[in-house]
Design a protein around this ligand. Structure first.
Ligand SMILES: Cc1ncc(COP(=O)(O)O)c(C=O)c1O
Length: 466
């Protein structure tokens, strides 16, 4: 597929013009009257947009009540459930054994210093991370037109990617560029794109909440009707449940309409247990000749949530374009976090570049993925044994760290209010938060929630949900 470069404009501008254009394109300052002090009038509506803030507020409420069950689906409950942590049987954040070993090794390294890292991060880290996602044999890697930027978690990668796109993507478009975000991530990702400057942000669905299955036709319809050159955030492709054939169709439509793919990959390897298989969709797009961004996170896969390690992968049409994009991103990073933190990236770089450690890490990922699949199976069985109304096959038809349960908003509210089990309002649950200690309680609670709800047990359209 011969897709035209989306970045022609970058190559043609000398540095000074870049800066001027970028400065002129910054979000206009909101025209608020600052009646309540310097910030009072501006802050509340922005904060309420973020889902995690709502959870944090509720979490604090739970802390005050000291309710013993608040930790049930996460430790400490709400926030972690929203962040989809991988947890141990004891409800603690899972720590990859290879990480422990590598940390000890690093701590005893006499050559270690605490010098600033390069602005774009360790080249060894971004190279190894990019190859992990795209594959060493990727044409984009071999042709030196794919590269990474070490970011503050996957979230930081989305953020600087969004900011870059707002400044540089298709700048000659007479109308605002539309950004499409999948509904499950609507709250969190919309915040980022909005904050970066985008005004035309639209939701899409890939999951049919009535049939409890992938809604490929609906997804394709949205892509067909999107304005040409829109940006589409393809979130957690490893977990959406689309088959390779369906991804091929998505890529065909996106190529024809010149839609820009922005992948968000938070858990490569945790859906199927196989790193290559989980990267299939991303690699297919690259093989088809797309230019794209991919926000890669290592929080879940290494259990390194607090180290905030991410990588913004850029795939460009040629090396010259890649160099231009990375130089712009470098400026953005310098004005945002200046240089990245090192420890988490050191650990990951060590593991990815050492065949023995790499094997051990892959084995841990496989075990974790199997545990997630087993929990899905057990929950389904328990619900069946309890005679819970509805069909629960969709729990095992999906894979990965999160799952659509098909629960109605009223049932989610019931679980929250009466059982202190916290799901997303759309019924999504972090499967990793369920373990053998709380499985019975979770199943029993879902059974009560569903049984006590008059009318349909499952199945509400997105429109009804909203
Ligand atoms: C949907 C999604 N995207 C991205 C991330 C990456 O997060 P982080 O910024 O911790 O790397 C996560 C983490 O749970 C996630 O759930």
């Amino acid at each position: 597929m011969d897709l035209q470069s989306s970045w022609g404009v970058i190559k043609n501008h000398p540095l000074l013009t870049h800066l001027e254009t970028a400065a002129n394109n910054l979000s206009p300052r909101p025209d608020h009257e600052l009646q309540n002090g310097l910030f009072g009038a501006v802050m509340p509506p922005q904060i309420q947009l973020c889902f995690s803030h709502r959870l944090r507020a509720e979490h604090q409420h739970q802390e005050v009540r000291g309710d013993g069950r608040r930790r049930l689906l996460g430790t400490p409950g709400l926030i972690e459930n929203s962040k989809q942590h991988c947890q141990t049987e004891m409800g603690k954040a899972w720590v990859c054994p290879t990480v422990r070993q590598t940390l000890l090794q690093i701590a005893h390294d006499p050559t270690l210093d605490h010098e600033y890292l390069p602005v774009l991060g360790f080249p060894e880290f971004t190279r190894a991370a990019t190859e992990l996602a795209l594959g060493r044999e990727s044409r984009a890697v071999i042709e030196n037109r794919a590269g990474g930027v070490h970011t503050v978690g996957g979230t930081g990668a989305v953020r600087i990617g969004a900011e870059f796109l707002w400044r540089w993507y298709n700048t000659s478009s007479p109308s605002p560029i539309a950004v499409y975000i999948a509904f499950p991530q609507w709250d969190s990702l919309r915040c980022i794109f909005q904050d970066a400057g985008f005004t035309e942000i639209r939701p899409y669905h890939y999951w049919d909440t009535v049939r409890l299955a992938v809604a490929i036709e609906e997804f394709l319809e949205v892509l067909e009707s999107a304005p040409d050159c829109s940006i589409v955030v393809l979130h957690a492709p490893e977990e959406t449940g689309l088959t390779p054939k369906q991804w091929e169709e998505v890529a065909r439509v996106m190529g024809r309409k010149r839609l820009f793919p922005f992948f968000d990959v938070p858990a490569q390897g945790l859906a199927s247990g196989d790193l290559d298989r989980d990267a299939w969709a991303l690699r297919h797009f690259v093989a088809q000749g797309f230019e794209l961004f991919c926000a890669q996170s290592f929080s879940k896969t290494f259990g390194l949530y607090d180290e905030r390690v991410g990588n913004l992968i850029v795939v460009a049409r040629d090396n010259e374009t890649l160099v231009g994009i990375r130089s712009q991103l470098q400026k953005q990073v310098m004005g945002t976090w200046a240089t990245p933190a090192s420890l988490g990236a050191r650990v990951i770089t060590t593991v990815l570049n050492n065949p023995a450690l790499l094997n051990k890490w892959k084995q841990s990922l496989r075990m974790l993925a199997e545990k997630i699949m087993l929990i899905r199976e057990k929950l389904k069985q328990k619900l069946r044994i309890l005679g819970t109304p509805g069909c629960w096959d969709h729990l095992t038809a999906q894979s990965g760290t999160r799952s659509f349960t098909g629960l109605l908003p009223s049932q989610v509210a019931f679980l929250e209010k009466h059982k202190h089990i916290y799901l997303l309002a759309n019924g999504q649950v972090s499967v990793c938060s369920i373990n053998s200690h709380n499985l019975d309680y979770v199943a029993q609670s879902i059974n009560e929630a569903v049984s006590s709800t008059a009318g349909r047990a499952q199945g509400l359209s997105w429109a009804e949900m909203e």
